[in-house]
Design a protein around this ligand. Structure first.
Ligand code: SF4
Length: 252
């Protein structure tokens, strides 16, 4: 048997065993994912790094699944060096498998802070800014939670204009028109469900009553701008090209 020190505690180990195996046998936790007792260790995940403190020389990080015990070995499984090494290893693994519950749970167990699980939103805030600064509905806001901030409902009421979804670069916000109702969702969570009004020309459902009322209230004396909003985009386009053609005829 060989005696080594782990975290200042003397433990015995079998000759030829690794530090990871010895630590496990003595109830000392070291994170690891790529180790399996039936296979040769590879050190691929790098999570099992430990600090080796040689009598002479500086502290070095070594992978405990590979490091074999030898007399006098002085190992730390918790230290600033180990913490920094673990952080890097977890971050690297999560760039490859960001949705892995197992990696995230392991990081939590060892108190390693990791980036929140990606939800499809890049926090560009385009949706929030356009809703607040241009549309004026204040229906979307950045909401703070324990895991960071995310896009959620704001103080105001969504009018179903869909501008946020048009600007969203990742399609995290969606607009769906079905059965004469427009549904705006943020990351799958419904923000609003509003009935659609008919186009005054063709009768197709195209905009919500709340949005049309908003446009009416903000176009003031601009009668033509207000009228245009009571037609769907196709009819508006058709009418303006017809008006253009008529004007050209009159000019001839
Ligand atoms: S929901 Fe879309 S627009 Fe809004 S912050 Fe996220 S990515 Fe940007």
């Amino acid at each position: 048997m060989i005696e080594i020190s782990i975290n200042g505690r003397k433990v015995t180990a079998k000759d030829g065993d690794t530090v990871l195996k010895t630590a496990r046998e003595h109830g000392i936790s070291i994170p690891h994912l790529c180790f399996h007792p039936a296979l040769k260790p590879s050190g691929a995940c790098r999570l099992c790094g430990v600090e080796n403190r040689p009598v002479s020389g500086k502290k070095i990080m070594m992978l405990s699944c590979i490091l074999k015990v030898k007399p006098g070995l002085d190992i730390r499984t918790e230290s600033d060096l180990v913490t920094a090494h673990r952080q890097k290893a977890f971050d690297k693994l999560l760039t490859m498998a960001p949705d892995s519950v197992r990696i995230r749970e392991l990081a939590e167990k060892f108190n390693v802070p990791v980036s929140p699980r990606p939800d499809g939103c890049i926090r560009c805030r385009l949706c929030v800014r356009v809703c607040n600064d241009i549309i004026g509905a204040r229906a979307i806001a950045m909401v703070k939670t324990e895991t960071g901030s995310h896009v959620g409902p704001g103080d105001g009421a969504c009018m179903g204009c869909g501008t946020c979804a048009n600007l969203c670069p990742t399609q995290f916000i969606t607009v769906r028109d079905q059965d004469n109702v427009r549904t705006v969702s943020i990351g799958g969570q419904v923000l609003s469900r509003l009935p659609l009004e008919r186009c005054e020309a063709c009768g197709s459902r195209y905009a919500t009553a709340r949005f049309l009322a908003h446009v009416d209230g903000n176009t003031g004396d601009h009668v033509h701008a207000r009228q245009g909003h009571h037609f769907c985009p196709s009819c508006t386009k058709m009418m303006s090209s017809r008006a253009r053609t008529e004007n050209e005829h009159l000019r001839k």
